[in-house]
Ligand binder design. Structure first.
Ligand code: CTP
Length: 443
């Protein structure tokens, strides 16, 4: 699902747009007339990223979406209930046994009063409690009692995110149907670098809009698991140099987003790119082809695997442990290459873990179709999406592809990468679950 944020905001009723952004009152949200307002229950956990949740509330209210907030005890160390209620125009709920709140609205009712439950920031602790069904406070009780979809925006230190316990909890929550947006990679408040930063408020808003606008009937891939690889790989020569290619990752990221929009549980194994993780997609970041193979294998079993990554065919046979220096008048150092494993061919090999559908991409500069047909046979995959990369496809926003299957070759016109992704995601959905009715128009 591709959510056009500016389009959505443009479509928001003028009434909603005129709503005061601060010092809102309950009445301002309740005087909307016949327009059915969507609402979210926002759980703000304890982390430095909680300040971004204030901006998220502002964006939600501006988009005409009602917000009730639960602020955890730890969350209240970072933002105040007053700022949350001022921005949302609603009371903020904090304590499970707050009698006033119980009299007005029980915690069970609170957990079901909204169309969607959003946890931002979702700390390691909140994720762990939710994964294990623990309910020691109002936030976790609401998560256990709700009958609505839960969307989490994780935020934590990189090592906490990568810890096997957190990754186990992530897998459990994903299997339970919890949706995720982020985390992003980058410099963190604790001074470390890597995945763990909470997604930006705009990305969380886009994920919320996607959830609110996609009824279950339009999620034909719900319950399926899909692996997508994307981006280039970097093959180190020494600690400062590497071999790479021009892949931007845009096509693979767009496909991961489109598949997630159809309800699939998508794992995106990505080489280095500048792109944020698409909403609702679990991203595993790698650098080299061998890391990409390991990460891809670790996601098995999956229903479908789509290898969009531009994997380096070769790597330096031995990466130097220290920076290679120029010798005075010396000849350039030789670069001996070794072949990388073929991830697509490995996953396409028959065996108990072979995905039901294995799709490869073929980037070619000449004889596109004949190379793609040969590649499909050689690698043992079901489909090849062939693209002509002789122009500015790599890094650009448009792509002209041909779909090569056992039934023949289908050539699509040049389309934006998002549209190629949308069409391909629908074809994948049809291959996995059968003919779709009414989805193509609404995706
Ligand atoms: N691929 C892969 N692992 C590799 C090389 C390629 O998984 N080591 C996958 C790509 O993700 C893509 C498909 O194989 O889905 C074809 O990639 P491409 O670079 O076009 O083909 P190569 O196998 O590298 O062959 P050549 O470079 O000779 O065209």
């Amino acid at each position: 699902m591709v959510v056009n944020l500016s389009e959505h905001l443009a479509n928001v009723s003028p009434l909603a747009m005129q709503r005061p952004e601060t010092c809102g009152r309950r009445a301002s949200l309740e005087t909307q007339g016949p327009v059915k307002t969507k609402s979210v229950l926002l759980i703000v956990g304890g982390g430095i990223a909680a300040y971004k949740s204030l901006e998220l509330v502002r964006l939600l209210v501006r988009a005409g979406i009602g917000v009730r907030a639960i602020l955890t005890e730890a969350g209240a160390q970072f933002v105040t209930p007053l700022s949350l209620s001022a921005l949302s125009g609603q009371p903020v709920y904090q304590a499970l046994f707050d009698l006033t709140d119980e009299a007005e609205m029980g915690h069970i009712q609170l957990s079901r009063s909204a169309d969607l439950v959003v946890v931002a920031p979702a700390t390691a602790d909140l994720m762990a409690k939710a994964a294990h069904g623990l309910a020691p406070d109002l936030a976790t009780t609401a998560l256990l009692a709700t009958d609505k979809t839960v969307l989490m925006a994780p935020a934590m230190n990189v090592r906490m995110w990568q810890h096997p316990a957190t990754q186990r909890n992530l897998a459990t929550l994903t299997a339970d149907g919890v949706r995720f947006v982020g985390p992003d990679e980058g410099a963190m408040a604790c001074g470390e670098f890597g995945p763990g930063r909470m997604a930006e408020p705009e990305a969380i808003l886009a994920a919320i809009l996607a959830e609110l606008e996609a009824p279950a009937a339009h999620r034909p891939l719900a319950g399926t698991r899909v692996l997508v690889t994307a981006g280039p790989t970097h093959e180190p020569i020494d600690p400062v140099r590497y071999i790479a290619n021009r892949s931007s990752g845009k096509q693979g990221y767009a496909l991961a987003a489109a598949l997630a929009g159809l309800g699939a549980e998508v794992t995106l194994v990505s080489g280095p790119t500048a792109l944020p993780a698409p909403a609702g997609v679990r991203r595993l970041s790698v650098e080299t082809a061998r890391q990409m193979l390991d990460a891809a294998r670790a996601t098995l079993p999956v229903d479908a695997a789509v290898m969009v990554a531009a994997v380096a065919d070769w790597r330096p046979a031995a990466a130097a442990p220290r920076k290679v220096k120029k010798g005075e008048g010396a000849a350039p150092p030789p670069l001996t290459l070794e072949e990388n494993p073929d991830i697509l061919a490995t996953l396409a090999r028959s065996g108990p873990d072979r995905p039901r559908l294995v799709v490869g991409f073929a980037a070619e500069t000449n004889d596109v179709i004949s190379h793609a047909v040969g590649k499909r046979a050689r690698k043992g995959c079901d489909w090849i999406v062939a693209n002509d990369v002789s122009g500015d496809v790599m890094g650009g926003d448009a792509n002209a592809v041909s779909l090569v299957t056992a039934d023949g070759v289908e050539t699509w016109p040049s389309l934006p990468k998002d549209e190629v992704a949308r069409r391909l995601a629908l074809r994948i959905a049809e291959a996995l679950v059968g003919p779709l009715s009414g989805t193509a128009e609404s995706l």
